[in-house]
Design a protein around this ligand. Structure first.
Ligand code: SF4
Length: 107
């Protein structure tokens, strides 16, 4: 027991609850980010749509070091959870996407 009447076990239970809650927040953020897709190409011209395949646009990126939101060509959406755009590829672009012409933002 501590001086205030709580045992070490009670303290650890409390810390476990905080860690669980924080983990839940982090998981929700990742989940929210993954819950939308930016692959809709219905409004694009055929050559614009095929350029996405030619440049191997993919989401999510297989390489976490090469994400659209860390690329010089990415134009972020005005709100979280929405598709951005790209200066190279036409159509919606996911912040966690990538393609062959990824160009890292300057450090
Ligand atoms: S150039 Fe490629 S990696 Fe860069 S923002 Fe556009 S689609 Fe994403």
């Amino acid at each position: 027991m501590n001086g205030d009447g709580r045992s070490r076990r009670d303290l650890l239970r409390g810390l476990g609850g905080v860690a669980f809650a924080l983990g839940g927040v982090a998981a929700c953020s990742k989940k929210e980010r993954a819950q939308f897709s930016c692959t809709e190409t219905a409004g694009l011209a055929p050559d614009e749509a095929s350029a996405r395949a030619t440049l191997a646009y993919a989401e999510p990126t297989p390489d976490k070091m090469r994400t659209c939101d860390s690329c010089q060509q990415y134009v972020a959406a005005s709100s979280d959870g929405a598709c951005g755009t790209c200066k190279v590829l036409k159509g919606p672009v996911h912040p966690n996407g990538t393609c062959k012409v990824f160009t890292a933002k300057p450090a």
